[in-house]
Design a protein around this ligand. Sequence first.
Ligand SMILES: NC(=O)c1ccc[n+]([C@@H]2O[C@H](COP(=O)([O-])OP(=O)(O)OC[C@H]3O[C@@H](n4cnc5c(N)ncnc54)[C@H](O)[C@@H]3O)[C@@H](O)[C@H]2O)c1
Length: 412
Amino acid sequence: MAATSAATFSIGSTISPGTKVSQLPQSKPLSMRFNSQNTLATFSGLKAATFVKCESESSFLGKESSAVLRGAAAPKAQKSSQRSQYNLNPQASYKVAILGAAGGIGQPLALLVKMSPLISALHIYDIANVKGVAADLSHCNTPSQVLGFTGSSELPNSLKGVDVVVIPAGVPRKPGMTRDDLFSINANIVKTLVEAVADNCPDAFIHIISNPVNSTLPIAAEVLKQKGVYDPKKLFGVTTLDVVRANTFVAQKKNLKLIDVDVPVVGGHAGITILPLLSKTRPPVSFNDEEVQELTVRIQNAGTEVVEAKEGAGSATLSMAYAAARFVESSLRALDGDADVYECSFVQSDLTELPFFASRVKLGRKGVEAIISSDLQGLTEYEQKALEALKPELKASIEKGIAFAQKQPVTT
Ligand SMILES: NC(=O)c1ccc[n+]([C@@H]2O[C@H](COP(=O)([O-])OP(=O)(O)OC[C@H]3O[C@@H](n4cnc5c(N)ncnc54)[C@H](O)[C@@H]3O)[C@@H](O)[C@H]2O)c1
C-alpha cells in the first residue's frame, strides 16, 4: 500500500488514538525539493541526482502511484491536497536505532535508512559484531552519522535519544517452519530488547519486525505496560511487506504499472491472518473468483515462497528491508509534520473484537492518529468470510504473546 493522503477528508489534531476514520484517503501531497545548494543535494530516496524535484511521494513510493491516486480523486480532493502540501525540512535530525542490524534484514535496512535525509544519527546494534557494518556504512556520504554497538553492555547507549527503534533481531524461518515455530527464541529476544527501549527511549516509535509478529507485538505491549511506559500509538508491528507483495502481485496479474497499485492488507502477519482486501485495490480493478483465490493465497504464502527458494538460508531479507525502510521513512515524515501519512500496521485497535489488528492507520507526530475503518466496510463475501476465519488464529497468537510476557515479568 502506498502511504496516501487525506485528500477526501481532513483529520484535525484533536483525533484521539483509536479514532476510526470512515473516508478513504486518496492522494499523497508530499512535496520534496532538494537542490545542489544544501546537504541533501544528492539524495532522493534510491536515486542520486544533483537536482531532484519530487512532487508527491516519499522516497520509497512512486511518483506515478501518487499521480494515479490523485487523478482518481475528486477536484475537491485536489484542492485539499494542495492545501496540505508538506515540504521536507532539511534541518530535520532524527535518530534511528536498528536492533539486530548485523543480520539479513538488518544490513540492507541500515543501508536504506542511511540514505534518508531526515536522519542525523543511525545507531546499529547486534549481539554479533556490528562494528564492521558501521564502518562500512559510515563511508556513504549521506547526512547521518553511523555508530555501531555490540553486546548487551552497549545496548543502553544505542538507544539514548532515539526517535525510532526498529527491531529485526531474532532467528528467521527455515523450510517447513511456520512463523510460530520461532516463538520460543524470538519471544525472549523481543522481550529483552523492548525492556531496554522502555528504560532508555520510552517515547520512541517502536517497529517490531521479529516473527511471529502476531505474538511479538503483544509481548512488546505487555513489557511496556509492565514498565509503565506503554503508549499504544507508538508501537507498531511491521506488516508493510504484505502490502508491498500484494501491490506487486496484483500489478503483475493485471498488467498494471507496478508503482501504481495500492492494496490494503489487514489482520495479522502469518498465513491466513494476512488478509489482502483486493476489493479495495486502487486504482479500482475487478477480479474474478479464481483470481481472488489465487492472489490471496499467494500473498499469504509469499514469505514461504522465499523461505523455500532460499533452501535453508533464511527468509525474506531484501524485500523486507525495503518494506521496513519505507515504514521508517513514513514514521519520520509523520514525526516531521507531514499530515498525510498512511500505512498498514499491526497495532492496538478497536476495529474488531481483537485487541491488536493490522489495518491502514494515519501516522502523526505522536504515532497512530487514526485507524481507518472504511477498509473493513463493504467487504466482499469472500473477504468477510476470510476475516471471520482469521480471527481465532490471530486471537490465539495474541494471547500466547500476552501469556508469555505475563509469566515472565520484566526486570526493573
Ligand atoms: N515482519 C516481517 O514481515 C518479516 C519478514 C521477514 C523476516 N522477519 C523476521 O525478522 C527476523 C530477522 O530475520 P533475518 O533474516 O534478518 O535474520 P538473521 O538471522 O539474518 O539476523 C538476525 C540478527 O539478529 C541478531 N540477534 C539475535 N539475537 C539478538 C539479540 N538478543 N539482540 C540483538 N540482536 C540479536 C543476530 O545476531 C542477527 O544478526 C526473523 O524473526 C524473521 O522471521 C519478519
